[in-house]
Design a binder for this molecule. Sequence first.
Ligand SMILES: [Zn+2]
Length: 334
Amino acid sequence: MRNYCEECGREVETKVVTKKEIFEVCGEPVEVDARVLVCAECGEELYCEEFDNATLIDAYNEYRRRHKLLLPEEIKKIREQYGLSQRSFAKLLNWGDKTICRYENGSIQDKAHNSLLLFLREPENMRAYLTDNEIVLDERQKLKLLDTVERLEKDTEFRVGSRFFDLFFSRIPCEENGFKGFDYEKLCAMVLFFSQKSPELLKTKLMKLLNYSDMIYYKENGISMSGLKYAHLPYGPVPDNFDMILGKMAADHIAHIEVLYEGGYEKHQVIPECDIPEGILSGAEIDVLNRIYEKFKNFGSVEISDYSHNETGYKATKTGEIISYSYAMDIELN
Ligand SMILES: [Zn+2]
């Protein structure tokens, strides 16, 4: 990204750095790791609306984490699982017309409202709520909602599964996930991209390709692609809880691992099972994935592993530690 620097008086190369900033949220000071754009030559801070907004959102999310409040997207998910519009959901809860809309767009919710939403997340509780309260929805809407509740109750297995997944993957952006909540759909698209392009892709190599893609995308855009965290393991950076994700991808028929035996060794090959869904990867993301693919296409698993051992972030961390995205600044592809 090139930008105008007033200090230098001309257009300059820029880079992204992180620093601590304190914001006041609902009267409480909240410290966040803020990304700022600086002039690569003189170090002067340059204005970047996107980063400013993201920092503010991070501060709000940190406040939510502290007070155990649902995230805006979680509120949206609760509403959507019942197939309700923002307006009918507000009506059902006896809240103001715009209340749900404001919460989904990032306003901090009232504590009592938060408790009610958490309670209603369980379909069993929604059923009780519908029986115990004077509901202002019209009869047709109410019947439709009861149908949905019944379907969700039968779907318990699915719900337990997705709740379980949420436990392991933070939806809150921070420096460890490249300021992006974990995005399963995006990751599936990345895995499909590499496994379809490569004639034979092994799991160990895939993990490095994902790491480089996330790091380079972060270096250039100040945000990661998948929201994965990467841990320092003896054979290079590895996505946190990766086997669990692969298990889910296999269950969802997106891709699976096939174990092959060759010369007494086990090989774990990634087999794609579907096409990349349209509209998931942006042009800028595909561009990064292509560059990573080209750079490493002739590297074997061992070579790319060795290569990744020389990165600053890997050398600066110990086994088991998460490698911060701030080290992405030191990665050079060529
Ligand atoms: Zn400058």
